[in-house]
Design a protein around this ligand. Structure first.
Ligand SMILES: *[C@@H]1O[C@H](CO)[C@@H](O)[C@H](O)[C@H]1NC(C)=O
Length: 258
């Protein structure tokens, strides 16, 4: 074996050991194949009405493609909103009384935050450092009996499978444009956004809250392009997906996805 090849292989092995088990890239599929321990509860009722809007900035989860397959995350998992849009596979474990036998797993997208409560004496499932999923009721009742209240679960990160393109909703005001990104596939959680007006260079946006990214540059009357990066490093460029006559509040289809 040539010395270059040996060096290359040992370098690869070093990188693999650094990455450890946390993120294995199998071809294009980001699979965090380790199952981690957490707990789960549910909020709202079977209609999912209580799960709409929320701390990621999404609106009507049915119109936006998430439906009832959603969860709120505790502080430890929410990462101040950076985890919004990530997908998790969850199974009920080690609770023969309340887990539904043979129920398998549910796959949910993180759309909300389960806030901690530091003044409550007990039942603080969403306080740090606990990893907790507050599922929609339809997701919870697929894997456990409703009366269980709280169940032990195992979870892992999976790729998000979304139909159609990434969607861009333009909010804000003429001097500070704020863009909500939703229906993001692949790794699902957005880590960087750049915007380009037809009369500007690429401008880095900063994350304001949830999946709302903003830039303080006047872009009215210009067509807009985006470069979106998700947590596995993949970047997709959406060229001229917003026509120059765009209005605040409108949603534009990126026509591509991760
Ligand atoms: C936190 O817990 C306390 C005590 O149970 C309760 O009175 C309060 O309403 C809770 N706060 C929130 C924001 O839920």
């Amino acid at each position: 074996m040539g010395i270059i090849l040996k060096l290359f292989l040992s370098c690869l092995m070093f990188m693999a050991s650094v990455m450890g088990k946390r993120q294995l890239h199998i071809g294009r599929r980001l699979v965090d194949e380790t199952w981690y321990d957490a707990h789960a509860t549910f909020y709202g009722d079977m209609t999912g009405a209580a799960t709409m809007k929320g701390a990621c900035g999404y609106g009507d989860l049915f119109k936006q493609g998430y439906g009832l397959e959603t969860t709120a995350l505790s502080t430890a998992l929410f990462n101040n909103g950076l985890t919004c849009g990530a997908c998790f596979e969850i199974q009920c474990v080690d609770d023969p009384q309340w887990c539904i036998a043979g129920a398998g797993t549910v796959i949910v997208t993180a759309t909300n935050f389960c806030p901690p409560n530091y003044s409550k004496p007990s039942g603080n499932w969403c306080n740090p450092p606990l990893k907790h999923f507050d599922l929609s009721m339809p997701m919870f009742t697929k894997i456990a009996q409703e009366q269980a209240g709280i169940i032990p679960v195992k979870y892992r990160r999976v790729l998000c499978s979304k139909k159609g393109g990434v969607q861009f909703q333009i909010n804000g005001n003429p001097y500070s444009i704020m863009v909500l990104l939703y229906n993001v596939g692949g790794a699902g959680d957005v880590t960087g956004v750049k915007i380009k007006g037809s009369g500007t260079d690429w401008l880095p946006m900063s994350r304001n809250w949830g999946v709302n990214w903003q830039v303080g540059t006047k872009l009215t009357g210009q067509s807009l392009s985006f470069q979106v990066t998700v947590s596995d490093g993949k970047m997709v460029e959406f060229d001229d997906v917003v026509p120059s006559d765009w209005q605040f509040g409108q949603v534009f289809d990126g026509k591509q996805n991760f």
